[in-house]
Design a protein around this ligand. Structure first.
Ligand SMILES: NC(=O)c1ccc[n+]([C@@H]2O[C@H](COP(=O)([O-])OP(=O)(O)OC[C@H]3O[C@@H](n4cnc5c(N)ncnc54)[C@H](O)[C@@H]3O)[C@@H](O)[C@H]2O)c1
Length: 310
């Protein structure tokens, strides 16, 4: 599909300006992907401190981006709304308790922004990202193509980087995606991996490295960052800024993003074309039967959790 509009999007809101929201703002300012950046947080002192700190970034970058504090309602009137509001694990809290807390945060955040501008794009980053994206679609009342999640884009970028290092090629010559439900059940689409269009197994001898070993190394990287810093702000910040640029400049980039899958009734990541109107279309990539089955199993789990929560 040809890009519709090459005009830059002018207003982006970030809701939840903790570690991840702050890093998203930083990457957006340096990438000049917006003219005005609106910051929203229930912690007003934190929000205002982020406005001052990030305004300095904007001045240093040439002063083309204006950063200001805003309400949830104002955020809903922007071109793009990035949701990074959430809560970290509390000591002694179970996964289920933490998930319920974040489900309640996303419901409140999205409700407070309604009614949205009819062409607003909502990008969910908070975890569990696929479940929260499905809920944001429901609560926002916007078309499903305008509400999506960062999904497995960061994991795909990380794995492409590791593979590039192992094979000695540039990272942008590697085509490889992590698909399905973000987290422990995500699926690496090894069968469709290529180096500049040449199937991976033809470039790298099968005894070169193990797929499982590389995927495990990738997970361990993420966990070691999380163990030490409590978050992975720079990686996700860059990925979110890149999605915003794809939307703002109507680029038609193809990346694995969490979006609605009609066949399953919930959101998870498959490659899509991203443009000014959001998700333009899903790109069907040929996968092996076992890869498809693993994606279907993980989607079933998201659907069951959604049923419990409704
Ligand atoms: N999808 C990914 O790949 C990915 C990667 C990293 C982090 N994350 C997720 O991003 C989220 C944020 O992580 P963080 O490390 O920045 O946490 P953080 O605690 O540093 O920041 C979260 C912020 O959200 C704010 N907030 C809470 N409720 C709000 C509301 N109703 N309205 C506005 N703001 C609200 C909090 O006050 C806080 O400042 C988490 O859910 C985390 O799991 C996702």
């Amino acid at each position: 599909m040809a890009p519709q509009d090459t005009k830059s999007t002018s207003r982006i809101a970030i809701v939840g300006v903790g570690q991840v929201g702050g890093a998203v703002a930083y990457a957006l300012i340096l990438g000049s992907a917006t003219c005005e950046l609106l910051l929203v947080d229930v912690k007003v002192d934190l929000r205002d401190a982020q406005v001052r700190d990030l305004s300095d970034v904007a001045y240093a970058a040439g002063g083309t981006v204006r950063v200001r504090a805003a309400t949830h309602h104002e955020a809903g009137q922007c071109d793009i709304v990035v949701i990074t509001a959430g809560s970290k694990y509390s000591l002694g809290e179970t996964n289920i308790q933490h998930m319920h807390r974040n489900v309640s945060v996303i419901r409140n955040v999205v409700k407070a922004m309604t009614p949205f501008r009819s062409d607003a794009i909502v990008l969910v980053v908070s975890n569990p990202v696929d479940l929260l994206t499905s809920i944001a679609q429901e609560v926002s009342g916007l078309p499903k193509s305008q509400v999506f999640g960062s999904g497995t884009f960061l994991e795909s970028v990380r794995l492409r980087g590791l593979l590039a290092d192992k094979t000695g090629v540039a990272v942008n010559s590697v085509q490889l995606s992590v698909l399905g439900v973000h987290g422990s059940s995500q699926v690496v689409a090894w069968s469709s991996a290529t180096i500049n269009g040449i199937p991976l197994h033809k470039v790298v001898p099968s005894d070169g490295f193990g797929h499982d070993q590389l995927a495990a190394e990738c997970n361990e990287r993420a966990e070691s960052i999380f163990r030490t810093k409590g978050s992975t702000p720079f990686g996700i910040g860059s990925v979110v800024a890149s999605i915003c640029a794809s939307i703002s400049f109507d680029r038609g980039d193809v990346q694995p993003i969490s979006h609605f899958q009609p066949e399953f009734g919930c959101c998870f990541s498959l490659p899509v074309v991203i443009g000014r109107r959001g998700i333009m279309k899903t790109i069907k990539i040929p996968l092996e039967a076992e890869e498809n089955a693993a994606i279907a199993r993980s989607a079933e789990r998201v659907k069951n959790v959604m049923k419990l929560g409704s």
